[in-house]
Design a protein around this ligand. Sequence first.
Ligand code: ZN
Ligand code: ZN
Length: 113
Amino acid sequence: MSFQDKVLTCRDCGKEFLFSAGEQAFYAEKGFQNEPTRCRNCRATRKGASGTVSPDGGAPRSLYPAVCSECGKETQVPFRPTAGKPVYCRECFQRRGSAGARPAGRRSPAYLD
Ligand SMILES: [Zn+2]
Ligand SMILES: [Zn+2]
């Protein structure tokens, strides 16, 4: 079976990109059923944005999708959410931070004693 270079349209940016014979052979070898739907750029972008674990473990900026345990809003956190542990969106995190762990300023326990 021989392959020929093919031009596909990226579903994300709408640009045409080449699905080369070499890539097609690679896909066939891997048993992939579907042709790529996104250009190289968009694939790279999505990989980076979706928080896929990088093999080198060195991406400090990758965000993981999570649902806030407090308000139920969808959010992103810079760590992998652990099952059973609450995750907070930025707002709830800040609200809890200022109300809880470290009362700073106007709600100092010193005034209440
Ligand atoms: Zn694209
Ligand atoms: Zn929240």
